[in-house]
Write a protein that binds this ligand. Structure first.
Ligand SMILES: *Cc1c(COP(=O)(O)O)cnc(C)c1O
Length: 421
């Protein structure tokens, strides 16, 4: 099926007499007739539901839909995008390991990877996303376990060079993990360019209505863990907490995502609630339509800003003037996302004043939903970063993040114009 059809119908196929839309299975637990059967579930000898922290039919259906959209072999929902990114790394990298991270990533993820992981004994090296292959290769160490990037960085809008990073990761025997929140699989499918694991904050476009926090991890099934089994003992040697099963032997291509559920979700427990998975699914049903409108509105507004004399600079990957235009054309030719960053000639002060005057666009700590909104990262999402880190993350002090919604584009432009005036 094509992506539009998967959005509407993927992940769930009712049989005779079953509910037409994904039912909310609001139950912590599931009943079995024999104690023996329940025991087999605990040993992963049989598959089936027994406790919602490990698996739930509503969550599974929604994860399956996202998995089909990305073209993976398995997926897992988490309670937030933060949890998804943490699990994606921690599933293969523990104390003593090392991660190579693109510096152009979401502020929350930057904090998690650069400040919190080291407290757990994991070393981190950040690299400039525009680095040369030589500089990139120099970031790897013997204990490197994975590389992490973001397909279109929030809010710098840097387009990630998937093939450059995948080549370096694979030549060092480690997988490439990419947060694909901004383009969504409608605009870009990272697995087609060598990415091994994709994560999402479903909180953003996938939900699309600013109703629900959530995350997702999708496994392409392409990384050959056994080829580098010394690097990944968690996947390639017996897990004593499951009577010695070896994930790669038992689950093959789905080894990584199965361990993520049976090990990390079991122990750390950031499960999505089935009720919220249901809301995310409602969002997914129109994701293809909304992304098209977000992108066309954003391109129109980016061009308008570019021609506005009060505007100092505009960055949108769809503009020919963007540093990332070529990368965007290569990896996401039909559009990137609805988010634009720009600065006013009056700098930081003008940015704050202009934002206060907006009527239709609201100042909210959110991005990528149906309603147009703005944020000033230097004083909001990224305020914990110092000037040097802000620069590394591609966030200048005057940067306004404009998340273009799906309203009528003329109304959004009129609002921006009156606030600037
Ligand atoms: C918002 C966001 C996250 C974090 O998601 P939460 O659901 O807020 O935890 C991660 N990555 C990106 C790119 C985001 O925009």
């Amino acid at each position: 099926m094509k992506r539009e059809t998967i959005c509407v119908q993927g992940g769930y196929k009712p049989t005779n007499g079953e509910p037409r839309i994904v039912p909310i299975v609001q139950s912590t637990t599931f009943k079995y007739d024999s104690s023996e059967e329940m025991g087999q579930l605990f040993d992963l000898e049989k598959s089936g539901y027994f406790y919602t922290r490990l698996a739930n039919p509503t969550n599974d259906a929604v994860a399956r839909k996202i998995c089909e959209l990305e073209g993976g072999v398995g997926a897992m929902l988490t309670s937030s995008g933060q949890a998804a990114n943490f699990y994606a790394v921690f599933n293969i990298c523990e104390a003593g390991g090392h991660v190579v991270v693109s510096s152009a990533i979401y502020g929350g993820t930057f904090n998690l990877l650069v400040n919190t992981l080291p407290k757990m004994g994991i070393e981190v090296t950040t690299v400039d996303p525009y680095c040369t292959e030589e500089e990139l290769n120099a970031a790897f160490k013997d204990n490197t376990k994975c590389v992490f990037g973001e397909s279109v960085a929030n809010p710098a809008l840097t387009v990630f060079d998937f093939e450059k990073f995948a080549k370096a990761a694979h030549s060092h025997g480690v997988p490439l993990i990419v947060d694909n929140t901004f383009p969504t699989p409608i605009m870009c499918r990272p697995f087609e360019f060598g990415v091994d694991i994709v994560t999402h904050a479903t909180t953003k476009y996938m939900d699309g209505h600013a109703a629900t926090i959530g995350g997702c991890i999708v496994d392409s099934g392409n990384f050959d863990w056994m080829k580098y089994k010394d690097k990944f003992p968690g996947l390639c040697t017996p897990d004593e907490t499951y009577h010695g099963i070896v994930y790669t032997e038992r689950f093959g291509k789905a080894a990584y995502i199965t361990k993520c559920t049976t090990h990390l979700m079991r122990d750390l427990g950031s499960i999505q609630s089935p009720q919220h998975a249901f809301y995310i699914n409602l969002g997914l049903e129109t994701l293809h339509l909304r992304m098209e409108r977000h992108c066309s509105n954003a391109l129109t507004i980016a061009k308008w800003l570019e021609n506005n004399e009060k505007v100092a600079w505009v960055n949108y990957p769809g503009l020919e003037s963007s540093r990332d235009y070529k990368l965007a054309q290569k990896y996401m030719p039909n559009g990137s996302c609805g988010v634009i960053s720009f600065g006013l000639k009056g700098g930081r002060k003008a940015a704050e004043e202009m934002m206060d005057k907006l009527k239709l666009a609201a100042i909210v700590t959110h991005v990528a939903d149906a309603r147009t909104c703005v944020l000033h990262p230097a004083s909001h999402t990224h305020r914990q970063l110092n000037d040097e880190q802000l620069k590394e993350a591609g966030v200048s002090p005057d940067l306004i993040r404009l998340s273009v919604g799906i309203e009528n584009v003329d109304d959004i432009i009129e609002d921006l114009a009156q606030a600037m005036n």
